[in-house]
Design a protein around this ligand. Structure first.
Ligand code: HEM
Ligand code: HEM
Length: 171
C-alpha cells in the first residue's frame, strides 16, 4: 500500500540503504575510468589490460547491486513515505530539493540500466548517455550534499540528523 500519511523521519532500513547506495555511487564515479578503458578496448577489438578488466567487472557488479538496492529503497519509500520538508522553507527551496531527489533517483535507476544496455546489449547510444551523465551526477550529488550541510549548519534543522538517526523502527 502506498502511504498517504507523512512519517516523522526515515526508518533504519531507509537510512542504511541511503548511505550504502551513496557510497557505491561515489565508488562508481571515482573508479569508473577502468571500465571506460575496458569499453574502449572492447570497441576496438583489442584486449583490455588485466587491471581494466578487473575494474570493469567490479563496476558491473557494484552497479547491478545499486539497482537491486534502489528497488528495495523505492519499495520502502512508496510504503512508508518520506518526512515533510522543514517548516518555513520557501517554495523555491522545496522545489530544488524535490528536483535534486528526483534526479538522484533517476541516477540510481538509469545508470545501471543504461550501463547494462551498453555492456550486455552493445548499445552504443546507451554507453554515451551513461558516460555523459558523469558530470551531471557530480553536480547533483554536490548540490545535494551542500544542501544537507546547509540545512544542518545554517538553517539548523533536523534534515541531516533524520538521515542519520532512525525515527522509529519500521520497515
Ligand atoms: C551519491 C550519493 C547520494 C545519492 C544517490 C542520494 C540520494 C538521495 C535521495 C534520492 C534522497 C531522497 C530520499 C527520499 O525522500 O526518498 C536523499 C535524501 C537525503 N540525502 Fe542523499 N544521496 C546521496 C548522498 C548524500 C550525501 C553525501 C549527503 C550528506 C552530506 C546526503 C544527505 C541526505 C539527506 C540529509 C537526505 C534527507 C533529506 C530530507 O529528509 O528532506 N545524501 N538522498
Ligand atoms: C549506479 C550505477 C552506475 C554508475 C553511477 C556508473 C557510473 C559510470 C561512470 C561515471 C562512467 C564513466 C567513467 C569515466 O569515463 O571516467 C561509467 C562507465 C561505464 N559504465 Fe557505469 N555506472 C553504473 C552502473 C553500470 C552498470 C550496471 C554497467 C554494466 C552492466 C555499467 C557499464 C559501464 C560501461 C560499459 C562504461 C563505459 C562507457 C563509456 O565509456 O562510454 N555501469 N559508469
Amino acid at each position: 500500500m502506498v502511504s498517504r500519511s507523512r512519517p516523522q523521519g526515515y526508518s533504519a532500513a531507509q537510512i542504511i540503504l541511503h548511505w550504502l547506495i551513496a557510497a557505491l555511487v561515489v565508488y562508481q564515479v571515482v573508479f569508473g575510468e577502468q571500465i571506460a578503458e575496458a569499453w574502449r578496448a572492447l570497441r576496438r577489438g583489442v584486449e583490455a589490460s588485466p587491471e581494466a578488466t578487473f575494474g570493469a567487472n567490479v563496476h558491473v557488479y557494484v552497479g547491478l547491486a545499486v539497482l537491486g538496492l534502489a528497488l528495495l529503497r523505492l519499495g520502502l519509500r512508496l510504503r512508508y513515505g518520506a518526512p515533510p520538508a522543514p517548516a518555513g522553507e520557501s517554495a523555491a527551496q522545496k522545489w530544488i530539493a524535490r528536483l535534486t531527489h528526483f534526479v538522484l533517483y533517476l541516477v540510481i535507476f538509469g545508470m545501471p540500466v543504461s550501463g547494462a544496455l551498453a555492456w550486455y546489449g552493445g548499445v552504443g547510444a546507451a554507453a554515451e548517455l551513461h558516460e555523459m551523465a558523469k558530470p551531471a551526477i557530480v553536480v547533483f550529488v554536490a548540490l545535494h550534499a551542500l544542501g544537507a550541510l546547509w540545512q544542518h549548519f545554517v538553517a539548523r534543522n533536523d534534515v541531516l540528523v533524520r538521515m542519520l538517526k532512525p525515527a522509529r523502527q519500521r520497515g
